[in-house]
Structure formats: C-alpha cells, structure tokens
Design a protein around this ligand. Structure first.
Ligand code: NAD
Length: 266
C-alpha cells in the first residue's frame, strides 16, 4: 500500500471556481500542493491572480481566469481553457457561492434569482462543462460545494439552504448518470468555516472588522462543535483533495461533512 501515491495528483488538471477567496483559494492551493495543475476561476480576477501567486511561490503550477459562474458561456470557456493549457480535466471543484440572508416571507424575487443563479445554476453549468470533457476522457472527479445548512434549516437562511439542498440533489443524480463513464460526483457540505463569507456578520459600515463582534461570533461557532473548533478553509480543502484523488475511487454520490460535529448540536 502506497498512501502517498493514492493521494498524488501529479500530472492531473483541476479547475476551481470561487478560487479568489476562502475555501476556493485553499482548495486551489491544496490541489496544487498535491501535484495538480490548477486553473483558478473567479468573478474577482485580482483575487484569483493572488491565489495563483501563492501557488507559484510554493512551487506549484496555476493560472487565473476571470469568470462568472452564472454565465454558461463563461463556464464553458473556463473548462476549455483548462484543457487548452493543461491537456485534460481531471477535477472540477464548483466552490463559488454567495450568502442569501433573509426570511422567506420578506425575500424579493431578485434575491431568489441571485441565489439560484450563483449557487445552483453556477454549479449546474460547472457540472455540464466538466462532463463534456470528462465523459470522452473516461474519468474525472467533480466536487460540488453545498453547506451544513442542508442538515439544519435555520430562520433567515432559507434561500441559501434551498440552493444548497438542490446542489446535493444535483450531485446525487449526476453521480448515477455519469458513473458508467468513470466520473465520480460528490458534495462537500462545510460547517461554519472562517472566510469572507462568514465574517460578513462582523463588518462595520466602513468595511473594517469589529473585533469584539468577531470574537463573540467565533466563540459562538466554537460552542456548536463538540471539538470546540470553528472551521478553517484548509479543513475543507483537504477533504476536496481526498475526493479528487484515486484514494476516493470507490466514493461517489455522497455528501461529505467537514463540520466539527456542529450539526449534532442543532
Ligand atoms: N464559510 C463557510 O462557513 C461556508 C459554510 C458552508 C458552505 N460554504 C460554501 O463554500 C463556498 C465558498 O465560500 P467561502 O466561505 O470560501 O466564501 P468566500 O466569500 O470567501 O468565497 C466565495 C468566492 O466565490 C466567488 N464568487 C461569487 N460569485 C461568483 C460568480 N458569480 N462567479 C464566480 N465566482 C464568484 C467570490 O468572488 C469569492 O471569491 C460557497 O459556495 C459557500 O456557500 C461556506
């Protein structure tokens, strides 16, 4: 048994959406550290370029591309670029996503459309584009990012939760449709993980972080975990590396939960 070889991604190509920040950035760094060539996509081109710099400085190989996951042509072009630059597509990590706070009764149609466009249609387009390349190739691993909210509905998180539950269903159905082509499809359902996404709760109007609110927020999150931990982006990224690798060759159609046990308290 060679554990290093099972997790090794050398010579493989990965495309990561949402790679400018948080879990997407950490995922891109981790996949590159495991040996993959990584195309980093994000609507925030500056952030994606910074991620590439971090990977390159660490000795990895990566490129950045501005892309909007709500635009099918952008997503198709993103996957085509990965193939054009690196020759194939082995891993597609659909990480890009946004919060959609607000109670259902008061939510506007625009809020609903935005949540669906980014969190669901973005993943849907990413899956379609990846399968287009992976099916003739006869192999591939697709990882779609959902959320622990699907296990624990909460007031004011309904729009977000609906889109993330749909991502889990999309994943399960797709895994049944494309397994015969050697393509694995899995969902990652992260628990509370400190990123821009979570710290939105503690920003002041001028954009600075309110340290007192931040500490109180993190402590509250820690209390939800039997381990007393709040997630770091790398906690999600390592699970994605596993799902991307041959070590996970028997794993498909599943929801994977790196959440510190938070949902056991809900
Ligand atoms: N942080 C958490 O606690 C947590 C928990 C559960 C699920 N998630 C999910 O993890 C994923 C990553 O979130 P994060 O915490 O790293 O947040 P983040 O805000 O740090 O990163 C999200 C990234 O997505 C990008 N993005 C947004 N809209 C886009 C678009 N239309 N096209 C391309 N890129 C776009 C942003 O520019 C950003 O770089 C999201 O899908 C989120 O829903 C996060």
């Amino acid at each position: 048994m060679d554990v290093g070889a099972a997790f090794d991604l050398s010579g493989k190509t990965a495309a990561v959406t949402g790679a400018a920040s948080g879990i997407g950035r950490s995922t891109a760094e981790a996949l590159a550290s495991a040996g993959a060539n990584v195309l980093c996509g994000d609507i925030n081109e500056t952030g994606a370029t910074e991620t590439v710099a971090l990977i390159t400085e660490a000795g990895g190989k990566a490129l950045a591309q501005r892309m909007d996951v709500t635009n099918k042509a952008d997503v198709d072009a993103f996957v085509d670029r990965a193939v054009a630059e690196f020759g194939r597509l082995d891993v597609m990590a659909n990480v890009a996503g946004v919060a959609a706070d607000g109670r259902i009764a008061e939510a506007t149609e625009d809020m609903l459309d935005r949540a669906i466009a980014i969190n669901l249609k973005g993943v849907f387009f990413g899956c379609q584009a990846a399968v287009r390349v992976m099916q003739p190739q006869g192999s591939g691993s697709i990882i779609n990012v959902s959320s622990s909210i699907i296990d624990a509905p909460a007031p004011a998180y309904g729009l977000y939760g609906m889109t993330k539950a749909a991502v889990a269903h999309l994943t399960m159905t797709l895994s049944r449709e494309v397994g015969r082509y050697g393509i694995r499809v899995n969902t990652l359902a992260p628990g509370m993980t400190i990123t821009e996404f979570t710290t939105r709760h503690v920003y002041e109007a001028d954009g600075t972080v309110n340290q007192e609110k931040y500490d109180a927020f993190v402590n509250q999150m820690r209390k939800l975990s039997p381990l007393g931990l709040v997630g770091e982006p790398a906690d999600q990224a390592y699970l994605i590396v596993f799902l991307a690798s041959d070590a996970a060759k028997f794993c498909t159609g599943q929801i994977w939960r790196a959440n510190g046990g938070q949902t056991t308290a809900w």
